[in-house]
Design a protein around this ligand. Structure first.
Ligand code: NAP
Length: 373
């Protein structure tokens, strides 16, 4: 049932046009849903792909899947819904809501009506701002590992758990990205030891703290040879290909990551690439172009398996409710470093965030306050 209440939302109106303010109905929560007052969201490259490239949206659209907010109303059957966490009015929660739940469940608005299974409680020692850096890419990494790389992510993790691929070299290209930082930490948590990454040199020390066993600068002209040599020199007896059986491309840039990276996998390697493939990056002067076809976006050796990661279709009802808050509270994952995008109003902050994404981000998550304090 829809109440007569309304609230403000920020919407796209046309490709590369400034976002605008609109009024939307505040939807009462149904069974298993929560109404939350949205406090914080994270700016993610997807917002740029959508605002500038119209990727998978029709204007006008409310953007945003990541939310930190306070529960203001609990739907009628929440206490009996799946999972073992129930929510009370006043709880501070964080979560990632796939777009299939429609505009009422989007982040760029004062109030959102969301499925409770997409949310967990923010741990006591975590600020709302820190919490905003997690949901989208925490879920993305579980999706990538389980659906695209066929790796087990058991929960709870059994004591003395040792994955089959504990000593397999895993390449994470673009590990300074938000996706890359959570990939490192989650793989380390599950006991993967050979996490070999590319990133700018200034991020290497931090990435080693998060779990990288070796770091290479992706801008080096010899990066591909160096990555291959690193493994073959260590595994002198390794005759069987592939050198890197498992690869995650956290960037998905045709020229910037896929082109060099595609020279590394051999028959039998699986390469999971964050979609979309970016053919032209959105900047202040350039409109973007994208492709959803990983296979056609680079020249791959025979027998390489490519996967385009699509987290918007991933749903595990315990992940955001239980795994994400527990791993954060236990510091199995630490939040991304972040920068707050300022602005006098919700609309100004949203437009400033899009502008900052066009300028480019390095090693930090942009977050912004949604409803005014
Ligand atoms: N399909 C899905 O399910 C899904 C889910 C999540 C994200 N994504 C996509 O994944 C991409 C990354 O998202 P994000 O939020 O993690 O981005 P992000 O944090 O904004 O990424 C910024 C980082 O990218 C790195 N980078 C840029 N070009 C690079 C290159 N050629 N090689 C290596 N690193 C490079 C930079 O590293 P340095 O600072 O070291 O230069 C920078 O730190 C986006 O396109 C996003 O839309 C897709």
């Amino acid at each position: 049932m829809t109440s007569t209440r309304t609230h403000k939302a920020v919407v796209t109106v046309a490709a590369r046009a400034p976002l605008e303010l609109a009024t939307y109905p505040t939807v009462d929560p149904g069974a298993g849903e929560l109404l939350i007052r949205v406090e914080w969201t994270a700016a993610t490259p997807l917002h740029l792909h959508q605002a500038d490239g119209g990727l998978l949206i029709q204007h006008p659209a409310i953007l945003g899947s990541t939310m930190v907010g306070v529960v203001v109303q609990v739907g009628p059957e929440d206490k009996s819904s799946q999972g073992n966490v129930s929510f009370e009015v006043g709880d501070r929660v964080f979560g990632f809501c796939p777009p299939l739940f429609g505009e009422k469940a989007r982040a760029f608005q004062e109030y959102a009506t969301v499925p409770s299974w997409c949310f967990g409680k923010v741990p006591r020692d975590t600020s709302a701002q820190e919490a905003a850096t997690l949901p989208e890419n925490f879920v993305t990494v579980f999706n990538t590992l389980s659906k695209d790389l066929n790796l087990d992510t058991p929960w709870p993790k059994p004591e003395n758990y040792r994955p089959t691929h504990a000593d397999t070299p895993i390449l994470i290209w673009g590990a300074a990205s938000s996706v890359g930082q959570y990939a490192l930490q989650i793989l380390k948590f599950y006991g993967y030891k050979r996490l070999i990454v590319t990133a700018s040199a200034q991020h290497h020390a931090h990435l080693q703290e998060l779990g990288a066993s070796a770091c290479f600068d992706y801008r080096s002209p010899s990066v591909v040879q160096d990555l291959l040599k690193h493994v073959t020199a260590a595994d002198k007896n390794k005759e069987a290909a592939p050198v890197y059986p498992l690869i995650i491309d956290c960037i998905g840039s045709q020229a910037g990551s896929l082109s060099p990276l595609s020279r590394i996998p051999q028959s039998g390697s699986i390469v999971a690439v964050m979609l979309p493939v970016i053919l032209k990056r959105a900047t202040e002067d350039q409109a973007p172009e994208y492709s959803m076809d990983v296979e056609a976006s680079a020249k791959w050796a025979d027998g390489v398996v490519t996967r385009g990661v699509r987290t918007h279709f991933f749903a595990e009802n315990y992940l955001q409710r239980e795994v994400m808050p527990t791993m954060l509270a236990q510091r199995n994952v630490v939040p991304n470093r972040f920068r707050v995008v300022e602005g006098a109003t919700m609309l100004e902050r949203a437009n400033n965030a899009i502008r900052e994404l066009r300028r480019g981000v390095s090693g930090e998550k942009l977050i912004w306050r949604v409803s005014d304090e």
